[in-house]
Design a protein around this ligand. Structure first.
Ligand SMILES: [Cu+2]
Ligand SMILES: [Zn+2]
Length: 169
């Protein structure tokens, strides 16, 4: 191999390594599971005090619906079960976004209006886009029911209506 080619290969590898460790933003496009019409988008943006999360969903029933980061970036199954359980890299209990003892993936609930639309917007202090416990490559699931923020390990949020993989921008 030519010396210049070797240097180019090393530079490309280093650049992608640095980029992957300094993610500022990520996006997740939510697609309906079988029998569901729920769609949406979740963005994750790094800010000074955490990660700003903005989730917009459509096609849900009025009321609160659990929303979490799940452990596998795999939405291939009809019912969303391929996404696994709540993303929990630090072996904690299920809780709400403001609890100290919570899964990293616990984003709580999204409030949906009579038109089937909901928005969740807050700064999460636990979710991270970099390093161990990064949510990149994991999934987001929106549920049929409200997350009670205490039942282990799921919050009793019911079936999975939408699923999407979290991708770095
Ligand atoms: Cu969930
Ligand atoms: Zn949880």
């Amino acid at each position: 191999m030519k010396k210049s080619l070797i240097i180019t290969v090393i530079l490309v590898a280093l650049t992608s390594l640095v980029r992957s460790q300094n993610v500022q933003m990520a996006i997740c496009k939510l697609n309906p599971t079988e029998g569901s019409k729920v769609t949406g988008t979740v963005t994750f943006s790094k800010v000074a005090d955490g990660v700003r999360i903005v989730a917009d969903v459509q096609g849900l029933s009025k009321g609160k619906h659990g929303i979490h980061v799940h452990e596998f970036g795999d939405c291939s199954s009809k019912d969303g079960s391929s996404a696994g359980g709540h993303f929990n890299p630090h072996s904690k209990s299920h809780g709400g976004p403001d609890d100290a003892d919570r899964h990293s993936g616990d984003m709580g609930n999204i409030d949906v209006d009579a038109n089937g639309k909901g928005r969740l917007e807050y700064v999460d202090k636990t979710i991270t886009l970099n390093g161990t416990g990064s949510v990149i490559g994991k999934s987001v699931i929106v549920h049929a029911n409200e997350d009670d923020l205490k039942t282990q390990p799921t919050g009793n949020a019911g079936g999975r209506l939408a699923c999407g993989v979290i991708e770095a921008l």
